[in-house]
Design a protein around this ligand. Structure first.
Ligand code: HEM
Length: 117
């Protein structure tokens, strides 16, 4: 069970890497577009996060305030990506720069919270 939990945490980290990596790649190429890859990353983080939020194996203690804040951050990120994507499709333009940087900051804050708190 403990190994399984470690595997789910590993996949949870991959979700962060996929989301943040896709954002960094857009920033470095100066395209500033939201992509499907970012959405996949959010879905991976969400599904694995929910699985980890259940108290298994028996006896494990979880920091629920931290988990709830990360859940809220992830939901806001999903909203930001959805809004940006809709706008991108409508106008054909990259997302507004402010929105793009907010999307970068949110997973970073969540990752910082996860490891520092
Ligand atoms: C972008 C969003 C997220 C990021 C960057 C993130 C990041 C991380 C990281 C780096 C870890 C490993 C460090 C640790 O064990 O404390 C972790 C663990 C964990 N995350 Fe997330 N997370 C995110 C979203 C979520 C969500 C939405 C949930 C739940 C709904 C969640 C629940 C958990 C749980 C339960 C653990 C394991 C904690 C433990 O076993 O002690 N995470 N997360």
């Amino acid at each position: 069970m403990e190994i399984l939990r470690s595997v789910v945490i590993f996949v949870h980290l991959i979700g962060f890497a996929v989301t943040f990596g896709a954002l960094v790649s857009q920033a470095v190429s100066r395209e500033f577009r939201f992509t499907r890859v970012m959405e996949w990353g959010v879905v991976i983080s969400f599904v694995t996060g929910l699985a980890l939020a259940a108290p298994w194996p028996e006896g494990i203690e979880l920091n629920y305030p931290k988990i709830i804040i990360k859940l809220v951050i992830l939901l806001v990120l999903g909203g930001v990506l959805g809004m940006g994507n809709a706008r991108q499709r409508r106008t054909g333009e990259p997302v507004p720069r402010g929105l793009f940087w907010v999307a970068c900051a949110l997973p970073l804050i969540a990752a910082g919270l996860a490891v520092i708190w």
